[in-house]
Design a protein around this ligand. Structure first.
Ligand SMILES: CC(C)(COP(=O)(O)OP(=O)(O)OC[C@H]1O[C@@H](n2cnc3c(N)ncnc32)[C@H](O)[C@@H]1OP(=O)(O)O)[C@@H](O)C(=O)NCCC(=O)NCCS
Length: 172
């Protein structure tokens, strides 16, 4: 997807992307992109997407998407009540999301998040998914997601979700 600024775009991670200089300030997120993302992609356990500038392969941000399941009991009771009594609910995991420290505060984190939500909602039209689930690394990450309406799953304040019905409404 192309960013409204006309300068940035998001692509599925490929061999042409330069991940070597990526620095989010969170070593585990940098290490993942540089050393494990490709392997996880090959093994079909996640799909990494990267943010780049047009005509420059240097990665400026990334996120990952996978299928996942949450237990019905982890959803707030007002939502769980309206779902069938299956033990688990299909969801989409936005496992990681990060922007290089040198590019923060320019709207790129929001663009990456919206790209991930849009992609998830398109996919959910053919493979059902009740919500997008995120795993926040810390308080700052939690408040970033809460700004966009994500709410915590029961008993784990670091795992948050946004219903697919809400997400689809963002893109009508
Ligand atoms: C969180 C992160 C992706 C935000 O990236 P960014 O490019 O700086 O964010 P944007 O410029 O798109 O900001 C979008 C909005 O979110 C807000 N925001 C950014 N970081 C925030 C935070 N930590 N808490 C609350 N709001 C935040 C911005 O103020 C902005 O809101 P505004 O438009 O009302 O001013 C980035 O700080 C990052 O990579 N952090 C380290 C990794 C991380 O924590 N990832 C998240 C989960 S693992």
């Amino acid at each position: 997807m192309a960013c409204p600024d006309g300068e940035h775009l998001v692509e599925a991670l490929g061999a042409e992307h330069d991940r070597s200089t990526f620095s989010s300030g969170i070593p585990v997120l940098d290490e993942y992109l540089q050393h494990r993302a490709n392997q996880d992609k090959r093994r079909n356990v996640t799909v990494p997407f990267v943010l780049i500038s047009r005509d420059n392969p240097q990665v400026l941000g990334y996120y990952t998407l996978s299928a996942c399941a949450v237990r019905l009991a982890e959803l707030p009771s007002d939502l769980a009540r309206r779902l069938p009594r299956y033990p688990v609910v299909p969801t989409t995991l936005l496992g990681r999301l990060a922007v290089d420290q040198r590019c923060r505060g320019q709207g790129l984190g929001e663009f990456l998040l919206m790209d991930a939500l849009f992609r998830s909602s398109v996919h959910a039209q053919e493979v059902a998914s009740y919500a997008v689930v995120v795993s926040a690394k810390n308080e700052a990450a939690r408040s970033f997601y809460q700004k966009y309406g994500f709410q915590a799953l029961i008993d784990d304040e670091n795992r948050l979700f946004l219903p697919m019905s809400t997400i689809s409404g963002l893109f009508v």
